[in-house]
Ligand binder design. Sequence first.
Ligand SMILES: C[C@@]1(CC(=O)O)c2cc3[nH]c(cc4nc(cc5[nH]c(cc(n2)[C@H]1CCC(=O)O)[C@@](C)(CC(=O)O)[C@@H]5CCC(=O)O)C(CC(=O)O)=C4CCC(=O)O)c(CCC(=O)O)c3CC(=O)O
Ligand SMILES: NC(=O)C1=CN([C@@H]2O[C@H](COP(=O)(O)OP(=O)(O)OC[C@H]3O[C@@H](n4cnc5c(N)ncnc54)[C@H](O)[C@@H]3O)[C@@H](O)[C@H]2O)C=CC1
Length: 224
Amino acid sequence: MDYYPIFLDVKDRCCLVAGGGAVGTRKAFGLARAGARVTVVSPDFSDELSNMPVSAITLKKKNFEDSDLDGMSLAFAATDNMQLNAGIRQAAQKKNILCNIADGRDKGDFILPAVVERGDLIFAVSTCGASPALSKHLRLALEARFGPEYGILAALLGRIRAILLERGHDPKGHRKTFCALLDADLPEKIAAGQTRQIDTVLAGILGEGFSLERLMPDFGTREL
Ligand SMILES: C[C@@]1(CC(=O)O)c2cc3[nH]c(cc4nc(cc5[nH]c(cc(n2)[C@H]1CCC(=O)O)[C@@](C)(CC(=O)O)[C@@H]5CCC(=O)O)C(CC(=O)O)=C4CCC(=O)O)c(CCC(=O)O)c3CC(=O)O
Ligand SMILES: NC(=O)C1=CN([C@@H]2O[C@H](COP(=O)(O)OP(=O)(O)OC[C@H]3O[C@@H](n4cnc5c(N)ncnc54)[C@H](O)[C@@H]3O)[C@@H](O)[C@H]2O)C=CC1
């Protein structure tokens, strides 16, 4: 395995993106979505970055300098100049900052996957740099196969799990319970808004007191 897959909590961490073109923009928005404090340094910016409302992304209109890395947790070299990108990586290494390079494989500390987000359920696909187009293709296939109902399912199971864990630790019993829930066609029932059928499944497997209304009062207002 060329890379170690990991889900990173970047909330409130400062991240630098060098290069405000299409690639830098995609990376900056992805980071901001995950709650990072993003700075993009670039002599010019994409329309998307230029026109965004005041947000978590700070724009610094200038060429990259090593000092831009100060205080950063992660760096992304996304300029159209390969030599400069390599220089950004070197400068980041000196400061112990992990750096992604947009222009080639095996040159950065980490690479980005194609992502499908369904609430807390996240699919991340990588080909270790072999074929980003394949990652994107599979991302689209996953998006078509696993709709928003899976995000709702993840939230529902999360709430059930929190209650069961509060009652006590029982890995074997909980495994059996969740296998039964996952065998009960819940995604289809959620997608069809079949609240009564969902309640029947919940009560049958978990016992009385487990209803959609109690576990997820906002179910009816969630968008599918
Ligand atoms: C190594 C890596 C470094 C990194 O950026 O972390 C990297 C590198 C490069 N990509 C290039 C090209 C393209 N990249 C995309 C798309 C994505 N690229 C992403 C990641 C990665 N790209 C990392 C490897 C991830 C992996 O292996 O899976 C995705 C998954 C995530 C994201 O960027 O957020 C995102 C999909 C997002 C989505 O789901 O839509 C498309 C498709 C398109 O644009 O339609 C193309 C054109 C088609 C093609 O070339 O495949 C080139 C230029 C090659 C050239 O010069 O021709 C390089 C440089 C090189 O390889 O030398
Ligand atoms: N990782 C990926 O998914 C992909 C990577 N690429 C690679 O990523 C690189 C960037 O691609 P695009 O965003 O499409 O290019 P682009 O040309 O749209 O953007 C490059 C940006 O870098 C900025 N820049 C130039 N010199 C700079 C400096 N000294 N300091 C800071 N910023 C500077 C430019 O002003 C511009 O905003 C390309 O070299 C390409 O090889 C291309 C496609 C996809």
